[in-house]
Design a protein around this ligand. Structure first.
Ligand SMILES: [Zn+2]
Length: 416
């Protein structure tokens, strides 16, 4: 059901990330003007005004690394807990039996959870399957992408094991996938597999997003990816980069410089890698998070995503980018502002999306969160949010809490 003000012309009395109280005018999905609160002309149509008093107004979140085809399968599979290779075994056994309708149902529900929390763009990796119907997941995600195109941008990247033929990967692109990727570091010959996937992206001129070096102690392929894609104008990214955080500092810094030279966007995946990594390191267990501080200090393109949510690769997750931001603060020692940038503006940059912000001329992909400032928002992840995509409200959540046995009002506004 559409509300009268689902395309507001004025966002009134919002608080920006820097603490300013502002009125924001919007038109055609673009921020037109940002002026001190109380000074914007009020539209005659009151339905065109969205009052954001008490709300923080931020760049909407973007999820740069999801697996919508897997999301929500934990409760169907009941896999044992374990590391990456154990998760792959559990997932593949289930994938042999799943239907297209199952994938559509789980992916659709996951997208709506993301959007509800403020995410207006999602890049999802989708498995190309062994067996008679390798494109089942691709068809399902193309259907979900089309169905939900009014509320969210979904970008589909193929994820193929090394025994999936090149023809099948190209068929997935013909069927609607936007780009290609793989976990070359898991292949018996990582560099050969990397070269094959890079070659497909080059031939097709499409987005390339590699699962890269998702291990604490094994092979490094990031330098090879950077070498193969130097000078490319298409969008290239590397997810995970766990190993980048465990090599010696001088090697780490050299790898980051090489990746930066090739404009590779590095995508950290804290919740999933905290879960999947370190099962064999029972003393001083490494955190398994890409070296966010070193990447930011070097000026590399940097983003963070949840990766897996409630599937064999990660049993938990709230489908809320504020959870990823929180983990970057406690697990990678970023500030709340740096962490929020990684899941919003940084993610949009890595995904090749236009800038969105509370700035004239920027896209009005915004989220209003009921909070006073950004650190509070990241700490408490308030449920109350209003999500705008291209200037239109696409999700609205409000919550209330009662304390029926208290006779006096609660001393703090805890409902946030
Ligand atoms: Zn992944």
């Amino acid at each position: 059901m559409r509300h009268g003000n689902d395309t507001p012309a004025l966002l009134r009395s919002a608080t920006t990330a820097t603490g300013d109280k502002v009125d924001v005018t919007l038109a055609d999905g673009i921020v037109q003007a940002v002026v001190p609160a109380g000074t914007a002309a009020i539209p005659t149509d009151s339905a065109a005004v969205l009052d954001l008093d008490g709300h923080l107004l931020l760049t909407s979140m973007a999820e740069p690394h999801a697996h919508l085809d897997k999301a929500g399968s934990w409760d169907r599979i009941h896999p044992p807990m374990g590391d990456l290779r154990a998760a792959i075994v559990s997932w593949r056994a289930y994938a042999d039996t799943m239907t297209e309708a199952d994938v559509v149902d789980r992916a659709r529900a996951q997208v709506l959870r993301n959007v509800r929390h403020g995410t207006t763009a999602i890049r999802t990796h989708v498995d190309l399957l062994r067996g008679p119907d390798p494109l089942l997941g691709i068809r399902a995600l193309v259907a979900v992408r089309d169905e939900l195109s009014d509320i969210v941008d979904i970008e589909i990247i193929t994820l193929s094991p090394d025994d999936i033929p090149t023809d099948t990967i190209e068929a997935a692109l013909d069927a609607g996938a936007d780009g290609v990727g793989a976990a070359a570091h898991l292949a018996p010959e990582p560099l050969e597999e990397l070269e094959r996937i890079v070659g497909i992206a080059e031939r097709r001129g499409c987005v390339l997003d590699m699962h890269t070096d998702e291990s604490l102690h094994e092979v490094v392929t990031l330098d090879a990816l950077a070498g193969l894609t130097r000078g490319w104008t298409t969008n290239v990214s590397a997810g995970h980069c766990v190993r980048l955080g465990t090599v010696p500092a001088h090697q780490r810094d050299a790898l980051i410089a090489t990746a930066k030279e090739s404009r590779i966007g590095i995508i950290a995946n804290p919740i999933t890698n905290l879960y999947l990594q370190g099962w064999g390191d029972d003393v001083a267990t490494p955190r398994g998070i890409a070296p966010a501080r070193a990447l930011l200090d070097a000026g590399a393109r940097f983003a963070a995503g949840a990766d897996n949510v409630r599937d064999p690769f990660n049993p938990l997750g709230r489908s809320d980018a504020l959870e990823t931001a929180m983990l970057l603060v406690v697990g990678a020692h970023l500030t709340a502002h740096e962490a929020y940038a990684a899941v919003s503006s940084g993610a949009r940059d890595v995904m090749g999306l236009p800038a969105a912000d509370v700035t004239p001329g920027a896209h009005a992909d915004l989220v209003a969160i009921r909070a006073d400032h950004l650190t509070q928002a990241v700490a408490e992840a308030p449920a109350d949010r209003i999500v705008l995509r291209r200037g239109r409200v696409v999700a609205r959540t409000s919550s209330t809490t009662d304390f029926p046995s208290l006779t006096a009002p609660a001393p703090l506004e805890v409902a946030r």
